[in-house]
Write a protein that binds this ligand. Structure first.
Ligand code: HEC
Length: 114
């Protein structure tokens, strides 16, 4: 129990420290790092780099923030509701820290069509 409390406090402290040092402006950049760390490019491409069967260019113009987040946290439902049939299917990222999830969502949102 104790350890969880300590983890929660540490996470909060990190978040607060981050927010006050311009973390919000860097969120998109962090999201790009998460995107490459999590190897999203195995199944997706941005600007022609990666797996071009799953281009994410313009995804920020096509999808709402809620839908992008839903793809990350509940891809099974999104696959079913959109009828996506590409294989392998989108996987979930249950162990991604919440701030990394936020970051990758804002990176996705930055991918707009001109
Ligand atoms: C194992 C393959 C795979 C991996 C890894 C993967 N995805 Fe996906 N993703 C898919 C598939 C399949 C779809 C369904 C749409 C399609 O066919 O591209 C999808 C859909 C999406 C969508 C909705 C796209 C749209 O055009 O509607 C987003 C956003 C997305 N993925 C982001 C990510 C991010 C960010 C990562 C890394 C954290 C990631 N994906 C990792 C396979 C994958």
């Amino acid at each position: 129990m104790r350890i969880y409390l300590r983890l929660a406090l540490t996470a909060t402290a990190l978040l607060l420290a981050g927010a006050s040092s311009g973390w919000t402006q860097d969120t998109e950049a962090r999201g790009q790092v998460v995107y490459s760390e999590q190897r999203c490019a195995l199944c997706h491409s941005v600007g022609g780099e990666g797996n071009t069967k799953g281009p994410l260019d313009g995804v920020g113009s096509r999808l709402s923030p809620e839908d992008i987040r839903a793809w990350m946290v509940d891809p099974k439902t999104m696959t079913a509701t959109t009828g996506a049939d590409r294989k392998p299917p989108m996987r979930a990222y249950p162990s991604l820290p919440p701030e990394d999830l936020d970051a990758v969502v804002s990176y996705m949102l930055s991918l707009k069509t001109e």
